[in-house]
Design a protein around this ligand. Structure first.
Ligand code: ADP
Length: 612
């Protein structure tokens, strides 16, 4: 049902397992070997147990040898003790290996996913990625621990018990196991079915996480639009499907043990007939029969489990397949080999004939202009003109299909990606705040920020205006995505962050409706201070910004239609003059409505209400 299902091609199990082993388990091969040795010990104790039953019956119960009682009792004690201890050691080791390797897989997945292109993330919602990194990796670890371990122990148990049975009478053994090969066909069929069912179950699980992620992110919108029932129904539809799929998967998994039981019964009855006659005629002892019988009884349990695991393996393979596929997805936006790590001297930005389309939709169309070093270039244009997309092209969140961006004479593609991104500070309408303290949101992991530096930054960004009103000052939590701060406060935090980063280039996407007049003025003052001396490109919505910009670039349908200073463009009487009139009113042309331009220091706006 989901588009994700078709995305992951089915892979053969063995190469998947080999990849898992080589990437995550091979480093612990010695520990794993010890665990396997313990497992072998644990499994073989079953064979030994069946074996000691022979002397127990023949010498003690039938032969009446009281001496033998002692050592048989001792042997049984030793067998169980060994089984218990080896089981414990083996589980400890494998739990450790399982946890550590899962954590490593998660770490690798997380950094891999973070490196993937923005376009990949547009197509894969956060819930989807959370399921991959958390759920699938944990599933692989859990299955690996319980399942691979169980398999080792059970295989050894089956082998040791079969050896005991064969040593007593190979014909009996053959009769008992006669039906086993018949199980192969149904096992293979069920395996295929279970694999496709568990794949769909996992995809649905992902859809559920995505849905919940959307619900909780949009909780206020859901409340305000009374969408609770709607969301609830959508959620339950998915849940119902999961129940149905789980029932079918479980049926598939249980059919195999059922078949094993039937085959067991046939084998038992066959042996009983055959062996019964031989014991009555005195060809075999009671002890031999008991030992054989016990080993056959004991062998079917691990055999049953092994057969049941065929289905489990398929579920495991499905997860492994998805994780491997994610690892195989490579980012296309990467540093070119030998890319330069030194920053270009002059942070002038040239957009050279850049074209880009989202699918069929052309967004940038031979766009070209220059943002001069240390000056402010204002981008104006109707909504959808491609202004934000241009920011993404400059910062290489997207690469253009045609044309290039040149920074200080160096094509952006030839600059190391980290160096390039390190040259920008981006302040947008929805600057991301993390659920950490205000201080952490500004320093972003830097520990070398002195108190003085911090104070300068806080003052310049007008964060000082409200920081003292917060319960714990700079150490107050800002809430998820900064929800405990108002829109204007969040923006000022973003500005402080940018000031501290002190980058040569600044990309600003001005907020408009988000702020009231007072806080807009404060934010404006902070922005002015921030852009001083930096190459600034600003998506301008404010009158003052547009008028004071060194250059205005008018964008329409991805093309530069006009550029020049405010006065020049007004005099031209073209698109800009038109836009200017509609956006700021005809009053603005006479300069009467210039509310933004005034200094805002005295308007330390604490008046905004926190976002709900
Ligand atoms: P502006 O910032 O000028 O309002 P944008 O650059 O945000 O314009 O968007 C330009 C066009 O590209 C719009 O029509 C928008 O719908 C489309 N667009 C933006 N981002 C994407 C995306 N990730 N996938 C598809 N279309 C997009």
């Amino acid at each position: 049902m989901s588009r994700r299902e078709t995305e992951v091609p089915e892979a053969a199990s063995w190469p998947l397992f080999k990849w898992l082993w080589m990437s995550y388990l091979n480093p612990y091969k010695w520990k794993v070997s010890i665990a396997f040795a313990m497992m072998a010990l644990e499994g073989s104790m079953m064979g030994l147990l069946a074996y000691v039953l022979k002397p127990m019956f023949d010498r003690i119960f039938v032969g009446g040898d009281a001496e033998a009682l002692k050592w048989v009792a001792l042997a049984i004690m030793a067998i169980f003790l060994t089984r218990g201890v080896s089981g414990l050691v083996q589980k400890r080791i494998m739990t450790w290996v399982g946890e550590v390797s899962t954590a490593q897989m998660r770490r690798d997945l997380l950094s891999h996913v973070m490196a993937l292109d923005s376009s990949f993330h547009n197509d894969h919602p956060p819930g989807h990625m959370i399921t991959r990194v958390q759920g699938d990796a944990a599933g692989i670890g859990a299955v690996w621990r319980s399942f691979v371990l169980g398999v080792g122990r059970d295989i050894i148990a089956v082998i040791s018990l079969t050896v005991v049975a064969v040593s007593i009478d190979w014909r009996w053994t053959a009769i008992a196991l006669i039906g086993a090969p018949l199980l192969m066909v149904p096992i293979l069929l069920v395996q295929r079915a279970v694999r496709s069912l568990s794949k769909r179950t996992r995809d649905l699980g992902t859809d559920i996480t995505v849905r919940m992620d959307e619900i909780f992110h949009g909780i206020n919108q859901i409340k305000l639009n009374a969408l609770e029932d709607y969301q609830h129904r959508r959620y339950m539809t998915l849940q119902d499907e999961i129940i149905d799929l789980s029932m079918r998967t479980q049926l598939g998994r249980s059919i195999i043990p059922l078949l094993v039981d039937v085959v067991t019964a046939v084998g038992f009855v066959g042996v009983l007939y055959f062996a019964g006659g031989e014991i009555i005629s005195g060809n075999k002892t009671v002890g031999e029969f008991m030992s054989f019988f016990t080993s056959m009884l004991l062998v079917f349990e691990p055999l049953r489990r092994l057969a049941g695991l065929a289905g489990g393996w398929q579920a495991f393979a499905t997860r492994l397949e998805r994780v491997k596929h994610l690892f195989d997805t490579k980012p296309s936006i990467v540093s070119a080999p030998g890319a330069r790590t030194a920053r270009p001297e002059r942070p002038e930005i040239r957009i050279e004939d850049v074209s880009l389309a989202y699918g069929e939709l052309p967004v940038l169309n031979h766009t070209a202009f220059v943002a001069e070093a240390g000056k402010t270039t204002a981008l104006v244009g109707p909504s959808g003109a491609g202004k934000s997309t241009l920011f993404n092209v400059i910062t290489r969140l997207i690469d253009p299909e045609d044309g290039r961006v040149v920074i200080g004479g160096v094509p952006a593609k030839d600059i190391d990606l980290a160096t390039l991104r390190g040259m920008f500070a981006v302040v947008t309408q929805d600057s991301l705040l993390f659920d950490e303290t205000l201080r952490e949101n500004i320093t972003l992991g830097r520990t070398d920020v002195t108190d003085e530096e911090m104070k300068t930054v806080l003052d310049a960004a007008h964060v000082s205006d409200f920081v003292n009103q917060l319960p714990r000052g700079l150490d107050s939590d800002v809430g998820a995505r900064g929800s405990l701060l108002s829109g204007g406060q969040r923006q000022r935090v973003a500005i402080a962050r940018a000031l501290l980063r002190d980058t040569p280039i600044l990309l600003l996407d001005e907020a408009t409706s988000a702020l009231d007049v007072k806080s807009e003025a404060v934010v404006q003052a902070a922005l002015d201070r921030l852009s001083k001396g930096r190459t600034t490109i600003v998506i301008a919505h404010r009158l003052s910004t547009v008028r004071d910009a060194d250059k205005i670039v008018v964008l329409n349908q991805g093309q530069v239609v006009e550029e020049g200073s405010h006065e020049e463009l007004l005099a031209l009487g073209g698109a800009y003059a038109e836009l200017y009139r509609t956006q700021f009113g005809s009053d603005a042309i006479e300069g009467k409505a210039d509310a933004d331009a005034q200094s805002a220091d005295d308007e330390a706006g604490a008046s905004e209400a926190p976002r709900s």
